[in-house]
Design a protein around this ligand. Structure first.
Ligand SMILES: Cc1ncc(C[n+]2csc(CCOP(=O)(O)OP(=O)(O)O)c2C)c(N)n1
Ligand SMILES: [Mg+2]
Length: 655
């Protein structure tokens, strides 16, 4: 280092305050406060090659405090990544720029994960660190040997998910995970004294973490703390005491710098205070050159790694795995054939387990888990031994009762690459992890949610456990594939579809109760159409019954009764409304013809089904909370039986 490090850090500060000022929107305080820490991290610690942001063995850097996005953009730009360019930064927060308000993984190759919802970055990084240790256990230090670095704010540590995330990380002793806490004692409302008296460091220590503190404006002290973290086998928290908005003489140390432009006067004063004479968006050549050299270390390591990969007899296997090639093989085909030979009457959660037995045998990248409902979610197979701190090569994570932590960790695994995560809980608890499901969808990650006990069909556990609005509310989420299979064949097809989705998560809604086999052919994956005719009307078609999951067999019973009364009725299995909506207009019109009465049946809210039934169709479902009783009593009580529904359809037909 030839220049004073403060000047190198001031490049981040200047870009942050100028970009926020230009956008008239954004958060200068955090980047200005953590600039010194970030500069030390990039100069001497973070392993990266700006020429190849996706190099598999790079360190992962997660800006959990996503509002400080300008810190990430400034560092990527200064370190020599192709994007963001200085023009991208000039256009911070504008439509044309990849420098979005918060960092988005799909906007910039150097952004490892979308952050902004506080707390999730740390929780996501736990999944990255799990994936790293897992792949290291399989491929060794030669190919996989990197760290996950996180910058987190008070908010990230205050959020409830932090408890789940660090509990898991501490338990699994993820020593490659290092969280740099921007310990500035300020949040939006003011001092953290307003809302917390927690001893954060004691909490981390109690959870099995190594904890350090440092002066976040003293590079030597920062290095000392980072070195201590590197030397410790436990995950590390480094409390970096900083001043928010460091360098803005009248506003620093206050929440005024958190989320508003500093204003022209204060920026001028900060330039003076920091000794920064360059024009906005102009980086002095000596500073730019020094920053540009930070990647040299990583470039050299990358080239050595390339040689090791080239000489590895597992080169193809590793490379295929990292890019996410996933192909169901012989075990899956044999399983499908078995379903035709001997159609089982099983719950779809059991059908999912049977499918997974075949898939996990075929596909090494599948890493499963459950939030303490392994026996109920049927997520564990004989191929997936536990992943533990003693053996990271295992493929089954006991997430504990941490649904949100599990979902965020799965996002991290998927983002890391080399792992295709799936994890289970009860469908009703999708609400507990919904914010992470949303980030799976936004980030376009192949994460598979195995959500069992998908209706009142779960019975006696009652209304707290019975999903009502969940299916429709999840279908409302963009880029999430919700699938509710009706039997074992459909369940297998849905799994194949879930694994084929390279750019979106899937959620399988599965029953607790047994369902009769309905499909007896596996020549074509019919679930891929989203909705398809499972049975054609015999008499002239008057009715189309559109049902999902456990209600498809009910629809068949109703169709029998309608046919007996002389009314032809199709039965459509609407496995996935998203996939159905993606079909051609001709397919949709053929499945849901205008000249028939369309009737929807799903043991959940009727809200939203009018988009298929129209206002003139009929919708059967449950628009209240459920109840605690045996399953047969519940379906009767809520009017979801052939005896209750058929007369209403006949009445509508004018009989
Ligand atoms: C889940 C969630 N809740 C609320 C917000 C809105 N928000 C953004 S930053 C922030 C304050 C965070 O304080 P801290 O992490 O200390 O950041 P600092 O002010 O120090 O930069 C809040 C409440 C958010 N982004 N995510
Ligand atoms: Mg803070």
């Amino acid at each position: 280092m030839t220049l004073p490090e403060r000047q190198l850090a001031n490049a981040i500060r200047a870009l942050a305050m100028d970009a926020v000022q230009a956008a008239n929107s954004g958060h200068p305080g955090m980047p200005m406060g953590m600039a010194d820490v970030a500069t030390v991290l990039y100069s001497d610690y973070l392993k990266f090659d700006p020429a190849d942001p996706k190099w598999a063995d790079r360190d992962r850097f997660v800006l959990s405090a996503g509002h400080g996005s300008m810190l990430a953009y400034a560092a990527l730009h200064l370190a020599g990544y192709a994007r963001p360019t200085i023009d991208d930064i000039r256009n911070f927060r504008q439509l044309s720029s990849p420098c979005a308000g918060h960092p988005e993984n799909f906007e910039l190759a150097g952004v490892e994960t979308t952050t902004g919802p506080l707390g999730q970055g740390v929780a996501t990084s736990v999944g990255m660190a799990i994936a790293e240790r897992h792949l290291n256990a399989i491929y060794g230090d030669d190919l996989v040997d990197h760290r996950t670095w996180v910058i987190a704010g008070d908010g990230c540590l205050m959020e409830g998910i932090n408890h789940e995330a660090i509990g898991l990380a501490g338990h699994l002793q993820l020593g490659r995970l290092i969280v740099l806490w921007d310990d500035n004692k300020i949040t939006i409302d003011g001092s953290t004294d307003l809302s917390t008296s927690e001893d954060v460091k004691a909490r981390y220590t109690a959870t099995g973490w190594h904890v350090e503190s440092c002066d976040g404006h003293d590079p030597a002290d920062i290095r000392r703390a980072l070195n201590a973290a590197l030397a410790d086998d436990r995950p590390s928290l480094i409390a970096c005491r900083t001043i928010i908005g460091f360098g803005a003489p009248n506003k620093q140390g206050t929440s005024a710098t958190h989320g508003s432009p500093l204003g022209a006067d204060e920026i001028a004063a900060a330039r003076k205070e920091l000794g920064w004479t360059a024009e906005p968006f102009d980086i002095p050549v000596d500073i730019a050159a020094e920053w540009a050299g930070f990647g040299d270390r990583g470039k050299a390591l990358h080239s050595e790694w390339n040689d090791r990969l080239a000489n590895s007899d597992r080169k193809t296997e590793f490379s295929d795995r990292i890019v996410g090639k996933v192909v169901p093989g012989d075990a899956f085909k044999a399983y499908l054939d078995g379903l035709v030979a001997e159609p089982p009457k099983v719950a779809t959660r059991k059908a999912s387990e049977n499918t997974l037995s075949a898939l996990t045998a075929d596909i090494a990248a599948l890493v499963g888990g459950s939030a303490d409902l392994t026996g109920s979610n049927n997520t564990k197979t004989s191929s997936t031994k536990p992943l533990t701190k003693a053996d990271y090569s295992g493929r089954y994570v006991y997430y504990g009762i941490r649904e949100f932590g599990m979902a965020a960790a799965m996002n991290g695994m998927a983002l890391h690459g080399g792992v295709v995560p799936y994890g289970g809980t009860f469908l009703v608890f999708a609400d507990y992890c919904r914010a992470a499901i949303r980030l799976s969808a936004l980030q376009q990650q192949r994460v598979v949610y195995v959500m069992t006990h998908d209706s009142i069909g779960l019975g006696e556990d009652g209304p707290t456990h019975q999903p009502i609005e969940h299916l429709q509310s999840l279908r409302a989420m963009p880029n999430l594939l919700v699938m509710r299979p009706a039997d074992a064949v459909e369940t297998a097809e849905c799994w194949a579809l879930a694994l084929a989705q390279e750019n979106r998560p899937s959620l399988l809604a599965l029953t607790r109760q047994n369902l009769p086999p309905l499909r007896h052919d596996v020549t074509e994956n019919l679930c891929a159409k989203g909705g398809y005719r499972l049975r054609d009307a015999s008499a002239a078609r008057k009715v189309v019954l559109v049902a999902t999951g456990s209600e498809v067999s009910l629809a068949i019973e109703i169709a029998d009764k309608l046919e007996a009364a002389g009314h032809g009725a199709d039965v459509v299995s609407m496995v996935s409304t998203e996939l159905f909506d993606e079909q051609t207009a001709a397919w949709q019109a053929d499945i849901l013809p205008d000249d028939a009465l369309i009737v929807s049946i799903e043991a959940g809210t009727t809200f939203g089904w009018e988009r298929y039934t129209g206002r003139t169709g009929l919708r059967f479902g449950i628009d209240s909370f459920g109840a605690s009783a045996p399953i047969e009593d519940l379906f009767k009580h809520f009017g979801l039986t052939a005896d209750a529904i058929t007369p209403q359809i006949l009445a509508k037909l004018g009989n």
